[in-house]
Write a protein that binds this ligand. Sequence first.
Ligand SMILES: [Fe+2]
Length: 290
Amino acid sequence: MGQIVAGVLAPHPPHLVYGENPEQNEPKSECGWENLRWAYERLRKSLSELDYDTLIVHSPHWRTQIGTHFLGVEEFKSLSVDPIFPNLFRYHYDLKVDVPLAESICKNAAHEGMLTKMMKNPDFRVDYGTIVSCHMTNPLWDKKIVGISSNGASKYFSMDVLQEEMKQLGRATKKAIEESDKKVVLLASHSLSHRHFTTESELPEDMSKEHIEHHGQYIWDMKMIDLMKAGDSRALIDFLPDFTEQTNAETDAGGLSWMMEAMGMPTSPATVHGYGTVIGTGNAVVEWRS
Ligand SMILES: [Fe+2]
């Protein structure tokens, strides 16, 4: 029987890949955002203790206006350019998809009553949220991935509607994994507080310019992290509608809600590998073990 071996809050600012200088990324940096890059180093060390086959990533930047979609082609290879930061992220990706597992989650989600679709266009350009979270978690790209889109339920309706949908998606994900023979790591690809600067410093990696956008955002981030460290995922999810409204957070896409549901609302303390800001947004790399 397959199982979820870990779940990770895996933020995706393109700045982190820019700071790492992998060969896939065209722009090169001197340094930058070490708090978060070293947090990802600690995550990778921790995950290296685990035997797993597949990364399943839920991304706010693959936004499907109707329903929830799943990457459905065995290989995607192209150039991903960040729409806001083309000066930082022009990344040549070549990724492999666990199509049978994606199809099974898609089928189980439809059975839960969700509107679902497999993305079968081989020329589809994979979003940078998916790519950055996967790269920072596994830069070798030697694991297959399942990519899940996010929809606009929180905007069209409300966070409460979104949270209900993410319960369905979480249950479907868990069931599909258990029906498979795969060991899986889940990635919720998003930041915490998401109010950000509107101008970029001349040298993007000038860390003398980097700080939280607003102290109130920092207080919210610390509140959420305290709940993670306390293992109180139920309260964490219950706070999300208020947190999302107050901090403009990417939790409005549902990644964290989906992951906590799939993991059965963990009660054991999460490991916070690190926290840092990127153009004023709050980001934490956090790991839950099953
Ligand atoms: Fe984002």
